[in-house]
Write a protein that binds this ligand. Structure first.
Ligand SMILES: C[S@@+](CC[C@H](N)C(=O)[O-])C[C@H]1O[C@@H](n2cnc3c(N)ncnc32)[C@H](O)[C@@H]1O
Length: 373
């Protein structure tokens, strides 16, 4: 991550903008649903920063806390008095800047009684103290992956209506996990727990590169999915380094709610580099393998393999594939675009339930798809 001391005194980098955009868009959709069901809802950001990026020429760009204030201005001004905010920032200089920036925001007079500010150093041990008794979206955005653990995340998730977006510095974790220094190594142990870390080390001991990365993230996503008695959903958005084709970090969405997962996927699909691809942001043009059917929708290949010679509705295809592959990163549009491409290639036939033709531009949920191969 480089030097973090001057993090806010340069222009906001594109990956950081995308992170803010994911939070802002998810918060908007989440709050509309939750505010219709609960008297009180909130947003908790425990690693807030200053609220603005200010470059050397004094040009300011709003970051997540200020975007949240903007969200209040646009959606909550008169509409609802049930939205509460908590910002935390331990660095004194950043905290002072944040307080100042919030107080100067035009929404301050309207929200100040529902906004709290603290300057605590967050750790896996004290995070629990910041959990609110009403549904909140929690944003955990440290520089690395410290300040929270799978266990503390599970405590947040156990509250009704709570969802989480957290920053996970994969590159740092990958370096730390088998670091010779006990102090550095212990960080990954705090995050995973002693047993889970030992299991992971066992899994990766002879792996390298992408294989090792896959084993690490599979292990972490599974731990999150199973951190409560009920199933949790995980949607990771991957960020590559700007100058190399390697993963820098993930922004990870976790929720108990399947609608939350759907919204997170929709939001992330609009911000990925490659349409129809993984939830990934890469500045470099992707070298992704082409699908069998001369398109980049590898999903078409997967659907053909799964539904070969079957007759199923579009909605059934989406639901079955999604249930069997819960960590997939596809949204309805991806399925429908892939099916349209398979139809163009003559690989599937699509008709309405009454046997009539479905126009080329359409792929309604109820239409019946026959896989001809
Ligand atoms: C990546 S920045 C946050 C950026 C901010 N979320 C945004 O979108 O503009 C990380 C922040 O976490 C703060 N921080 C670092 N360690 C922390 C800890 N253990 N507890 C709370 N905050 C911490 C840093 O001072 C820094 O302001």
């Amino acid at each position: 991550m480089g030097n973090t001391d001057d993090f806010f005194s340069s222009n906001q980098k594109l990956p950081s903008k995308i992170k803010t955009e994911i939070v802002r868009k998810y918060l908007r959709a989440w709050s509309v649903i939750l505010s219709s069901k609960h008297k009180k809802i909130g947003y908790v950001d425990l690693f807030s920063g200053t609220g603005y990026f200010i470059d050397k020429d004094g040009h300011r760009e709003p970051s997540t806390p200020i975007e949240v204030m903007e969200f209040c201005a646009c959606y909550y001004r008169d509409m609802a008095k049930n939205f509460y905010i908590h910002f935390n920032e331990p660095n004194v200089e950043y905290f002072n800047a944040l307080s100042e920036n919030l107080k100067n925001h035009r929404m301050w007079p309207h929200i100040q009684r529902r906004l709290t500010l603290t300057h605590e150093f967050i750790s896996a041990e004290n995070l629990e103290e910041f959990i609110r008794p009403y549904p909140c979206l929690y944003f955990l955005d440290p520089f690395g992956y410290g300040g929270y653990s799978i266990e503390s995340i599970s405590k947040i998730l156990s509250g009704r209506g709570n969802d989480i977006l957290f920053f996970f510095n994969f590159n740092r974790f990958n370096m730390d996990i088998s670091h010779p220094s006990e102090k550095i190594k212990s960080q990954s142990e705090i995050f995973l727990g002693v047993e889970s870390k030992a299991e992971l080390l066992e899994k990766i001991h002879s792996l390298h590169g992408r294989e090792k990365q896959k084993a690490i993230v599979d292990h972490i996503w599974s731990a999150l999915e199973n951190c409560l008695p009920e199933k949790c959903y995980v949607v990771p958005f991957e960020f590559e380094f700007q100058d190399k084709e390697r993963t820098s970090h993930y922004l990870v969405f976790v929720s108990k709610n399947i609608t939350g997962r759907k919204i997170a996927r929709e939001v992330m699909s609009g911000l990925r580099t490659e349409e129809g691809g993984e939830f990934r942001f890469s500045l470099k043009k992707s070298q992704k393998t082409q699908g069998l059917f001369s398109n980049y929708y590898l999903l078409g290949d997967l659907l053909l393999k799964r539904f070969s010679r079957q007759q199923v509705t579009v909605r059934e295809i989406i639901n079955i594939y999604d249930t069997e592959n819960p960590r997939n990163s596809y949204v309805d549009k991806d399925y429908k675009d892939s099916l349209k491409q398979l139809r163009e290639q003559g690989i599937i036939a699509v008709e309405k339930p009454d046997g009539k033709r479905v126009p080329d531009s359409q792929m309604p949920d109820t239409s019946i798809v026959t896989f001809l191969r």
